[in-house]
Design a protein around this ligand. Structure first.
Ligand code: IMP
Ligand code: MG
Length: 187
Protein backbone atom coordinates (compact mmCIF):
# COMPACT_ATOMS: atom_id res chain seq x y z
CA UNK A 1 0.00 0.00 0.00
CA UNK A 2 1.32 3.46 -0.88
CA UNK A 3 1.29 5.85 2.07
CA UNK A 4 0.32 9.40 1.12
CA UNK A 5 -2.46 11.95 1.50
CA UNK A 6 -3.56 13.07 -1.99
CA UNK A 7 -5.08 16.25 -0.59
CA UNK A 8 -1.76 17.38 0.86
CA UNK A 9 -0.42 17.81 -2.69
CA UNK A 10 2.59 16.14 -4.25
CA UNK A 11 5.41 18.13 -2.58
CA UNK A 12 5.61 16.02 0.64
CA UNK A 13 6.08 12.79 -1.32
CA UNK A 14 8.27 14.01 -4.18
CA UNK A 15 11.89 12.85 -3.92
CA UNK A 16 12.99 14.70 -7.06
CA UNK A 17 11.77 15.84 -10.45
CA UNK A 18 13.28 13.22 -12.75
CA UNK A 19 12.15 14.64 -16.11
CA UNK A 20 11.10 18.27 -16.32
CA UNK A 21 8.22 19.57 -18.41
CA UNK A 22 10.75 21.10 -20.84
CA UNK A 23 12.66 17.84 -21.35
CA UNK A 24 9.39 15.92 -21.80
CA UNK A 25 8.10 18.34 -24.41
CA UNK A 26 11.41 18.39 -26.30
CA UNK A 27 11.62 14.60 -26.42
CA UNK A 28 7.96 14.18 -27.41
CA UNK A 29 8.52 16.61 -30.29
CA UNK A 30 11.55 14.54 -31.43
CA UNK A 31 9.56 11.30 -31.27
CA UNK A 32 6.70 12.95 -33.17
CA UNK A 33 9.05 14.08 -35.93
CA UNK A 34 10.59 10.60 -36.22
CA UNK A 35 7.16 8.91 -36.32
CA UNK A 36 5.92 11.45 -38.89
CA UNK A 37 8.83 10.57 -41.19
CA UNK A 38 8.51 6.80 -40.66
CA UNK A 39 4.74 6.64 -41.26
CA UNK A 40 4.21 9.30 -43.95
CA UNK A 41 1.55 8.11 -46.41
CA UNK A 42 0.70 5.02 -44.32
CA UNK A 43 -2.54 4.18 -42.51
CA UNK A 44 -1.33 4.78 -38.97
CA UNK A 45 -3.40 4.05 -35.86
CA UNK A 46 -2.02 5.19 -32.51
CA UNK A 47 -3.28 2.84 -29.81
CA UNK A 48 -3.15 4.54 -26.43
CA UNK A 49 -2.99 2.29 -23.39
CA UNK A 50 -5.30 3.70 -20.75
CA UNK A 51 -4.90 5.41 -18.45
CA UNK A 52 -1.19 6.09 -18.00
CA UNK A 53 -0.45 7.08 -21.60
CA UNK A 54 -3.15 9.74 -22.03
CA UNK A 55 -0.91 12.79 -21.56
CA UNK A 56 1.84 11.31 -23.72
CA UNK A 57 -0.67 10.34 -26.43
CA UNK A 58 -2.24 13.78 -26.56
CA UNK A 59 1.13 15.58 -26.83
CA UNK A 60 2.60 12.98 -29.19
CA UNK A 61 -0.39 13.06 -31.54
CA UNK A 62 -0.13 16.85 -31.83
CA UNK A 63 3.53 16.45 -32.77
CA UNK A 64 2.82 13.95 -35.56
CA UNK A 65 2.28 15.71 -38.88
CA UNK A 66 1.45 12.47 -40.74
CA UNK A 67 -2.30 11.77 -40.88
CA UNK A 68 -3.31 9.23 -38.29
CA UNK A 69 -6.15 7.70 -36.30
CA UNK A 70 -6.36 7.30 -32.52
CA UNK A 71 -7.90 4.52 -30.48
CA UNK A 72 -7.78 3.36 -26.87
CA UNK A 73 -7.20 0.11 -25.06
CA UNK A 74 -7.15 -0.67 -21.36
CA UNK A 75 -5.12 -3.36 -19.65
CA UNK A 76 -5.23 -4.09 -15.94
CA UNK A 77 -2.12 -5.56 -14.44
CA UNK A 78 -1.47 -3.60 -11.25
CA UNK A 79 -3.64 -3.73 -8.14
CA UNK A 80 -4.17 -0.37 -6.45
CA UNK A 81 -0.95 0.66 -4.77
CA UNK A 82 0.93 -2.46 -5.80
CA UNK A 83 4.60 -2.02 -6.59
CA UNK A 84 4.72 -4.95 -9.01
CA UNK A 85 2.51 -6.86 -11.42
CA UNK A 86 -0.37 -8.73 -9.82
CA UNK A 87 -0.63 -11.78 -12.00
CA UNK A 88 -1.66 -11.94 -15.65
CA UNK A 89 -2.52 -8.71 -17.47
CA UNK A 90 -6.13 -8.59 -18.68
CA UNK A 91 -7.63 -6.58 -21.58
CA UNK A 92 -10.45 -4.63 -19.92
CA UNK A 93 -11.23 -2.45 -22.94
CA UNK A 94 -10.55 -3.39 -26.56
CA UNK A 95 -9.90 -1.01 -29.47
CA UNK A 96 -12.94 -0.07 -31.56
CA UNK A 97 -11.14 0.44 -34.88
CA UNK A 98 -10.27 -2.48 -37.14
CA UNK A 99 -6.47 -2.67 -37.28
CA UNK A 100 -6.35 -5.37 -39.99
CA UNK A 101 -3.93 -4.20 -42.71
CA UNK A 102 -3.24 -0.93 -40.87
CA UNK A 103 -0.03 0.24 -39.20
CA UNK A 104 -0.63 0.02 -35.47
CA UNK A 105 1.61 1.86 -33.03
CA UNK A 106 1.05 1.14 -29.34
CA UNK A 107 1.55 4.21 -27.15
CA UNK A 108 2.44 3.34 -23.54
CA UNK A 109 3.58 5.30 -20.48
CA UNK A 110 6.16 2.84 -19.17
CA UNK A 111 7.47 -0.66 -19.85
CA UNK A 112 8.47 -2.21 -16.55
CA UNK A 113 8.50 -6.04 -16.27
CA UNK A 114 7.24 -6.21 -19.87
CA UNK A 115 4.27 -8.47 -19.07
CA UNK A 116 1.66 -5.88 -20.07
CA UNK A 117 3.28 -5.06 -23.41
CA UNK A 118 3.94 -8.70 -24.22
CA UNK A 119 0.25 -9.46 -23.65
CA UNK A 120 -0.93 -6.50 -25.76
CA UNK A 121 1.44 -7.42 -28.62
CA UNK A 122 0.16 -11.00 -28.71
CA UNK A 123 -3.46 -9.84 -28.49
CA UNK A 124 -3.22 -7.27 -31.30
CA UNK A 125 -0.87 -9.40 -33.41
CA UNK A 126 -3.60 -11.95 -34.09
CA UNK A 127 -5.56 -9.26 -36.00
CA UNK A 128 -2.91 -9.06 -38.70
CA UNK A 129 -2.04 -5.37 -38.76
CA UNK A 130 0.37 -4.36 -41.58
CA UNK A 131 2.84 -3.54 -38.80
CA UNK A 132 2.73 -3.48 -35.01
CA UNK A 133 5.22 -1.32 -33.14
CA UNK A 134 5.75 0.10 -29.67
CA UNK A 135 6.29 3.68 -28.51
CA UNK A 136 6.87 4.03 -24.77
CA UNK A 137 7.60 7.27 -22.96
CA UNK A 138 9.61 5.45 -20.28
CA UNK A 139 11.38 2.14 -19.86
CA UNK A 140 12.97 0.50 -16.82
CA UNK A 141 15.36 -2.02 -18.43
CA UNK A 142 16.64 -3.32 -15.07
CA UNK A 143 13.13 -4.55 -14.17
CA UNK A 144 12.48 -6.49 -17.37
CA UNK A 145 11.26 -10.09 -17.05
CA UNK A 146 10.22 -10.51 -20.70
CA UNK A 147 12.19 -9.17 -23.65
CA UNK A 148 10.30 -6.35 -25.38
CA UNK A 149 11.46 -4.56 -28.49
CA UNK A 150 10.58 -0.88 -28.02
CA UNK A 151 10.70 0.91 -31.37
CA UNK A 152 10.41 4.45 -29.99
CA UNK A 153 11.65 5.17 -26.44
CA UNK A 154 11.32 8.49 -24.66
CA UNK A 155 13.64 7.94 -21.69
CA UNK A 156 15.40 5.01 -20.00
CA UNK A 157 15.07 5.32 -16.24
CA UNK A 158 16.42 3.53 -13.16
CA UNK A 159 14.35 1.26 -10.93
CA UNK A 160 12.42 3.97 -9.07
CA UNK A 161 8.68 4.45 -8.71
CA UNK A 162 7.69 7.50 -10.76
CA UNK A 163 4.51 9.53 -11.12
CA UNK A 164 3.13 12.48 -13.06
CA UNK A 165 2.54 13.17 -16.79
CA UNK A 166 -0.10 10.43 -16.91
CA UNK A 167 1.52 8.04 -14.43
CA UNK A 168 -0.43 7.73 -11.22
CA UNK A 169 -0.06 7.18 -7.52
CA UNK A 170 -3.23 5.30 -6.67
CA UNK A 171 -4.96 7.23 -9.48
CA UNK A 172 -3.78 10.67 -8.29
CA UNK A 173 -1.24 13.11 -9.76
CA UNK A 174 -1.59 12.09 -13.41
CA UNK A 175 -2.07 15.80 -14.13
CA UNK A 176 1.46 16.89 -13.13
CA UNK A 177 3.41 18.26 -16.12
CA UNK A 178 6.66 16.51 -15.09
CA UNK A 179 7.77 12.98 -14.12
CA UNK A 180 8.74 12.80 -10.45
CA UNK A 181 10.25 10.14 -8.22
CA UNK A 182 8.27 8.94 -5.22
CA UNK A 183 10.05 9.07 -1.85
CA UNK A 184 11.16 5.63 -0.66
CA UNK A 185 9.28 5.92 2.65
CA UNK A 186 5.97 6.10 0.72
CA UNK A 187 6.07 2.47 -0.42
P1 IMP B 1 4.70 -4.12 -16.69
O1 IMP B 1 3.62 -5.07 -17.12
O2 IMP B 1 5.40 -4.62 -15.43
O3 IMP B 1 5.67 -3.78 -17.77
O4 IMP B 1 3.98 -2.81 -16.19
C1 IMP B 1 3.59 -1.83 -16.99
C2 IMP B 1 2.59 -0.95 -16.26
O5 IMP B 1 2.90 -0.79 -14.87
C3 IMP B 1 2.60 0.43 -16.83
O6 IMP B 1 1.63 0.57 -17.84
C4 IMP B 1 2.30 1.30 -15.63
O7 IMP B 1 0.90 1.53 -15.55
C5 IMP B 1 2.70 0.53 -14.43
N1 IMP B 1 3.95 1.05 -13.84
C6 IMP B 1 5.16 0.47 -13.87
N2 IMP B 1 6.08 1.21 -13.25
C7 IMP B 1 5.44 2.31 -12.81
C8 IMP B 1 5.86 3.49 -12.09
O8 IMP B 1 7.05 3.69 -11.72
N3 IMP B 1 4.90 4.41 -11.84
C9 IMP B 1 3.60 4.25 -12.22
N4 IMP B 1 3.17 3.18 -12.90
C10 IMP B 1 4.07 2.22 -13.19
MG1 MG C 1 -0.09 1.85 -17.44
Amino acid sequence: MLKFNPHAGYEPILDEILISQDRLQTRVAELGAQISADYAGKDLILICLLRGAIMFLSDLSRNISASHMIDFMAVSSYGAGARSSSGQPRISHDVNLDIYGKHALIVEDIVDSGHTMSHVLRFLGTRQPASLKVCSLLTKPSRREIKINIDYTGFEIADKFVFGYGLDLDEYFRNLPFVGVLKKECY
